[in-house]
Design a protein around this ligand. Structure first.
Ligand code: SF4
Length: 555
């Protein structure tokens, strides 16, 4: 398809007349079109289309429909239908009342073009620019971030189901892309074994039978992989994604061991499995991962929204990050700040929960972007701190220049070593056993039998930043200013209820990220529309009982 860029037309006279008659008190979509006559323009999408071919439908309209689609939680088919039948959409899109719209498949094609052209951010950022020009958004105001879990478009499988479904999926793909090759290499018994979905109810119950089935599936997979990767296997078939996933899953789940009778394929034990962040949980979305937070376990992704939180402006999402579920929240902070810096939307204060506050991130936020990361830092979890009677690291005087620590008994440390712990630099400070052995405060300081006290410190800047964050947390000002962070829970709730944020519409990390960007663009659109219509912002609901008892509790 080729693009012939055309200017965004004004709203047709008849459409405007009927719309204003039908909505005498105004409508958010009408107001948005009057306030922002041009959100998108065809020229922005030129790189996504070929120079020759059938002329494409106006991409500025497809972009706006994509945002509206998420704002109203519609499928592609429903969105294309809304273009035909909704007066407010016609007004916003500048269409005649008689316009028949477009085929719904164009929306999928448009998203594919955005992904192929690495233009996922285009819609989200263009809206932000419009709102910024309208002075609804500015840099250095406070912002807040939080994450929520997102379920992949898959069902969760146990190990046996997973290997069975992986092989079944590969056979189905090969049956489509290389039917003759598969017919020549398929074993007769595979037809019955991989005809139906692998579901727990149909699988054997006893451990012995399950192990036997796992071994059979494993052997079948090896036979197929041997044919594919053998000297006569077609090179191009190895590039098929389902084949690569089969190979990866077999490496993750099976172990080939030498026995007296030859080679044996067996399940890997739990200890031999790769860590959860690397483990494929379904062949239908190989990038989805298992996640767990407190009592919630899921297969899929995690999305981090960052938004403004100023009382006299609409709350607008300024950044979206999609990560695997087990990626630490603090690991996303540098990416969030880099993205906000690129948009010139860095906040002065960034409110986050405890998961984002880490000593290194506190320093890099301040040094690289002059952002004050505000949140409750992780507390000291050593037994000395937990029991409240021991000597924590804070009771020691640290002389950074001399590389010496002085303990509460006035003794100096004997060793100071820089090390790496979980990929991060730390400093290990040790006191000599001869110093600690006869110490009258030993019981409060260390429980090591054959060693003196050891301290693990962050590097100086990080340690100071962490201590400052802990001290700030104890102040009443922190409690007051931190209250607004909780408001972002409402954004997640709005995204889930209005845009279907909790479940992935698509498969694969990039497409899921595009879904999250469209969700954020839609929420921003809806919020600005509500702002322009002077709608009151929702407040946290308080139960009738709490309201009734509030005066008594205060007294
Ligand atoms: S146990 Fe060692 S480090 Fe701890 S207070 Fe006594 S002398 Fe100091």
């Amino acid at each position: 398809m080729s693009l012939r860029p055309a200017p965004v037309p004004s709203v047709p006279e008849e459409t405007a007349r009927v719309a204003h008659a039908a909505f005498p008190h105004g409508h958010p979509h009408l107001r948005m079109r009057d306030e922002f006559p041009r959100f998108f323009e065809d020229e922005q999408f030129r790189a996504l289309f070929a120079h020759r071919g059938r002329p494409a439908d106006a991409p500025w309209r497809l972009a706006l429909v994509s945002v509206l689609q998420y704002a109203e939680g519609l499928s592609d088919r429903q969105a294309a239908d809304a273009v035909r039948r909704c007066l407010d959409w016609k007004y916003l899109l500048g269409l005649e009342l008689t316009d028949p719209g477009f085929d719904f498949t164009l929306l999928c094609d448009f998203r594919d073009r955005l992904l192929a052209g690495s233009a996922e951010l285009l819609l989200f950022e263009t809206l932000l620019t419009c709102f910024r020009e309208r002075k609804l958004l500015h840099a250095r105001g406070p912002q807040r971030t939080d994450a929520t879990h997102v379920l992949a478009a898959i069902r969760l499988l146990n190990r046996l189901e997973s290997v069975g479904e992986t092989l079944r999926h590969t056979l189905n793909v090969l049956a489509t892309v290389a039917p003759d090759w598969l017919r020549a290499h398929c074993r007769p018994e595979w037809v019955e074994r991989y005809e139906q979905r692998f579901e727990e109810e149909r699988l054997p119950e006893s451990a012995r039978e399950r192990d036997a089935l796992a071994a059979t599936i494993g052997a079948d997979g090896v036979a197929l992989l041997t044919a594919l990767y053998g000297p006569t296997g077609p090179e191009w078939l190895r590039q098929v994604p389902a084949v690569a996933v089969l190979r990866q899953v077999w490496v993750q789940q099976y172990y080939r061991e030498e026995t007296a009778g030859g080679c044996r394929l067996r399940w890997r034990t739990e200890n031999e499995l790769p860590p959860a962040p690397q483990r494929i949980i379904s062949p239908y979305d190989p990038e989805a991962r298992f996640g767990q937070k407190r009592r919630v376990a899921w297969g899929g992704y995690k999305v981090h929204f960052t938004e403004t939180c100023e009382p006299d402006l609409p709350v607008l999402i300024t950044d979206v990050q999609t990560t695997p579920p087990l990626t630490g929240d603090h690991e996303t902070v540098p990416a969030i700040h880099a993205a906000l810096a690129a948009r010139d939307l860095l906040p002065a204060a960034h409110l986050v929960d405890g998961g984002y506050v880490e000593a290194g991130v506190l320093v890099s936020s301040q040094e690289d972007h002059q952002v004050d990361l505000v949140g409750p830092p992780r507390e000291d979890t050593t037994w000395q701190a937990r029991e409240g009677t021991g000597f924590t690291a804070r009771e020691f005087q640290i002389r950074w220049e001399e590389q010496v620590a002085v303990c509460p008994q006035g003794e100096k440390s004997s060793a100071w070593a820089e090390k790496q712990e979980r990929g991060k630099p730390v400093i290990q400070v040790s006191f000599a056993l001869t110093t600690c052995r006869g110490c009258p405060s030993r019981e409060r300081c260390t429980r090591a039998v054959n060693a003196g006290r050891k301290l693990t410190l962050h590097p100086e800047k990080e340690d100071r930043a962490l201590q400052a964050a802990r001290a700030r947390r104890a102040t009443p000002e922190f409690a007051e200013s931190y209250k607004v962070r909780a408001g972002i829970e409402g954004t997640h709730a709005q995204g889930v209820r209005r845009c279907g944020l909790r479940r992935c519409r698509y498969v694969g990390a990039r497409k899921v990220h595009l879904q999250h960007l469209l969700t954020a663009a839609a929420l921003n659109f809806v919020r600005v529309a509500a702002w322009l219509m002077d709608a009151k912002r929702s407040r946290t609901r308080v139960s009738a009982f709490t309201r009734l008892m509030a005066p008594a509790a205060a007294g």
